[in-house]
Write a protein that binds this ligand. Structure first.
Ligand code: IMP
Ligand code: MG
Length: 184
């Protein structure tokens, strides 16, 4: 297997070429903007930030440090299997939240919205638990995503390509890359 060098603009991983979509500094800038927006929208409230494991952990920790209001933190873990049509499929809950969200303002923090299956499941679940509001912060959203509600905070919209880095994996690897890369 070929080594992927982290500091190159182009690299190869397992023989496949990677190209940078969003470099570190652009990510940092965008995450700062999202943090400022959320802090201003939630002024005077204490939302619960719920990170969707595993992919969101890096975005989550960067975003949280750009938040200037009080907030609480929890995590949820799911796995989704979209079928061929990508509009239906199964979502499995692997780890639930530990906090009581009844009457609370929830902000779900996702790494990427692809089919939209996961985020629809999560939003419905939060509302069923009687959160008083549920908003979504997604670092990336693919142009193919189909959701029947607004995604409140979006880092970047991307074409329908497989991306890695900044928490996003290929078979659990490459999460440690500091930029977002797409396979060519
Ligand atoms: P969805 O349910 O189809 O929207 O899929 C969402 C989940 O699939 C994300 O939270 C990611 O964990 C994973 N995923 C979707 N697209 C990509 C990608 O391009 N790279 C890495 N993971 C992805
Ligand atoms: Mg995810």
């Amino acid at each position: 297997m070929e080594r992927f060098t982290l500091d190159n603009r182009y690299g190869k991983y397992a023989g496949q070429e990677l190209e940078i979509l969003f470099p570190e500094d652009r990510i940092r800038q965008r995450v700062r903007e999202l943090g400022q927006q959320i802090s201003s929208d939630y002024q005077g409230r204490i939302p619960i930030f719920i990170g969707v494991l595993n992919g969101s952990f890096i975005f989550f920790s960067d975003l949280l440090r750009e938040i200037t209001i009080d907030g609480e933190v929890d995590f949820i873990k799911i796995s989704s299997y979209a079928n061929e049509t990508r509009t239906s499929g199964t979502v499995r809950l692997l780890k639930d939240i530990s906090c009581d969200i009844t009457g609370r303002d929830v902000i779900l923090v996702e790494d990427i919205i692809d089919s939209g299956l996961s985020i629809q499941f999560l939003k419905r679940r939060m509302l069923e638990s009687e959160a008083s509001s549920v908003r979504i912060a997604a670092f990336l959203i693919k142009s193919c995503a189909r959701v029947d509600f607004e995604i409140d905070y979006v880092g970047f919209q991307i074409p329908d390509r497989f991306v890695v880095g900044y928490g996003l994996d290929l078979a659990q690897r490459l999460r440690n890359l500091k930029s977002i890369y797409a396979f060519k």
